[in-house]
Design a protein around this ligand. Structure first.
Ligand code: HEC
Length: 121
């Protein structure tokens, strides 16, 4: 009987420890991605609608809500920023080169994709 009573508070204490751990994880992940929130928003807009054709038409990227399946799933590929910029500028296979994008937009998009997939910038 005593054992059951003592078990109660211990069980209630556990979820708190797990919550604290999850919160710490969530914070560090958000910090890495949202270093420059405005830049990330601009990158996401470029990805979903501001290029022609939009990256999202062909690629899956969870952060952008994109579910395209013509190109590789970027959440799985996790390309770094240099690889994304290279693909945008020169095209890859059936992926067209986006020659009319400014250098700033290419960089913004590259940083956004690399950040959103957790790849090194
Ligand atoms: C018309 C469909 C299409 C569009 C639009 C498109 N892609 Fe792609 N993308 C592809 C395909 C297909 C591949 C794989 C090509 C191959 O490996 O032969 C690819 C490959 C890539 C890769 C991997 C390159 C590598 O090194 O393997 C990246 C990164 C990428 N795309 C990013 C983007 C971004 C960012 C945009 C928007 C500016 C975009 N793509 C627009 C179809 C597309």
């Amino acid at each position: 009987m005593h054992a059951v009573r003592r078990g109660g508070p211990a069980h209630r204490a556990r979820p708190w420890r797990m919550l604290a751990g999850a919160a710490a994880l969530a914070c560090s992940a958000a910090g890495a991605i949202a270093a420059e929130p405005a830049d990330a928003d601009a990158g996401r807009a470029l990805f979903t609608k501001d290029t022609t054709p939009a990256c999202a038409v062909c690629h899956t990227l969870a952060d952008a809500g994109a579910t395209g399946t013509i190109g590789p799933n970027l959440d799985e590929l996790k390309p770094d920023a240099a690889r994304v910029a290279q693909a945008i500028r020169n095209g890859v296979g059936v992926m067209p080169a986006f020659e009319t994008l400014s250098d700033d937009d290419v960089q913004r998009l590259a940083r956004y994709v690399a950040g959103a997939t957790g790849a090194a910038p």
